[in-house]
Design a protein around this ligand. Structure first.
Ligand code: NAD
Ligand code: UDP
Length: 312
């Protein structure tokens, strides 16, 4: 095995910390870069004694220099509450972060993977979503700072590849959940579980008939590693998600069943531009990466519930 030096931006966030764990477990050296906007030191504190792990506080909107073989670019708040908190900062993080990391990749000839998102499809009119679908995004809506930032980052990645031969990889991540989600992060899985464990009302936005397809974090990390290791000509974008689709009411029922809570459902207004449906077509990931998710909702929810029981 060749020990690689790997940079993970957003490495102390929910997904980033699991990726750092996996890279170290595989025998690599990890540089974790984060500004702690939504990430927490707690997510990576168990790694601080590892001689092959280095932690750097830095904001990706500012240039950064290091010598690594691979870069995973994850820095960006992912929950609607957090990315809408400072919309200008969110789009700067996606766009300037991509420019800075692509510039670094070009200079040191590193391979670079972009954590893009199913949000590039917006409120999709093609279902399930295939990578060739261009999407249905409101450019001036509540979600646009995130959606358009991620779309512009994809454009930057593709053009650094075409113009400067930078070796790029783009994955479009669908809703992911698991241990180390922030309890106040506002995303649906963490909200429902925390509410259930505290016997508080479970907040259903709108009629609860909107759908999402939930992927457990370990499956995503496996997909990321496989994508980074795939043949150079395959740059993506490729969907990484679990095609099993649920309504938010079905998700709430599962959480109620698995926690045994006394919580009741309460309806709240649907936020603007909330996509009505989302399901990945993962044929491309199966073909190119021989990848498919292994952990289904009940098993993943049980692990996540155990985690939240231990922290709240
Ligand atoms: P997260 O909020 O837990 O992690 C993001 C990390 O980036 C945090 O540690 C945060 O502090 C850091 N960060 C934010 N702005 C930064 C900046 N300017 N400079 C340096 N660090 C910064 O979210 P996550 O769920 O772990 O998401 C990780 C990545 O995956 C994001 O790019 C997100 O868009 C993408 N993604 C996640 C999901 C999902 O369901 N979790 C879905 C699609 C895409
Ligand atoms: N949602 C909900 N209750 C909550 C949080 C979210 O019903 O307490 C809904 C939200 O309106 C959306 C879905 O759950 O339709 C997924 O929301 P999340 O913020 O997790 O991710 P995204 O909308 O970005 O997929």
């Amino acid at each position: 095995m060749i020990r690689k030096k790997v940079l993970v931006t957003g490495g102390s966030g929910f997904v980033g910390s699991h990726l750092c764990d996996r890279l170290l477990k595989d025998g690599h050296e990890v540089v974790c870069l984060d500004n702690y906007f939504t990430g927490q030191k707690q997510n990576i504190v168990h790694l601080l004694d590892n001689k092959y792990f280095e932690l750097i506080r830095h904001d990706v909107t500012m240039p950064f220099f290091t010598e690594v073989d691979e870069i995973y670019n994850l820095a960006c708040p992912a929950s609607p509450i957090h990315y809408q908190y400072n919309a200008i900062k969110t789009i700067k993080t996606s766009v300037m972060g991509a420019i800075n990391m692509l510039g670094l990749a070009k200079r040191i000839r590193a391979k670079i993977l972009q954590a893009s998102t199913s949000e590039v499809y917006g409120d999709p009119q093609v279902h399930p979503q295939v990578e060739s679908y261009w999407g249905h995004v409101n450019p001036i809506g509540e979600r646009s700072c995130y959606d358009e930032g991620k779309r512009a980052a994809e454009t930057l990645f593709v053009n650094y590849h075409k113009q400067n031969n930078v070796r790029i990889k783009i994955i479009r991540i669908f809703n992911t959940y698991g241990p180390r989600m922030h309890p106040n992060d506002g995303r649906v899985v963490s909200n429902f579980i925390v509410q259930a464990l505290q016997n508080r009302d479970i907040t259903i936005y709108g009629d609860g008939q909107q759908t999402r397809s939930f992927q457990y974090v370990d499956d995503l990390v496996e997909g990321m590693i496989r994508m980074m290791g795939s043949r150079d000509e395959f740059i993506g974008p490729v969907n990484i998600g679990n095609p099993n689709e649920f309504t938010m009411l079905e998700l709430a029922e599962q959480v109620i069943k698995l926690t045994g809570t006394k919580s009741k459902l309460v309806k709240m207004p649907l936020p603007p531009d909330d996509p009505s449906q989302r399901q990945p077509d993962i044929s491309l990931a199966k073909k190119e990466l021989d990848w498919a998710p292994k952990i289904q909702l009940e098993e993943g929810l049980k692990k996540t519930i155990d985690y939240f029981r231990s922290v709240i």
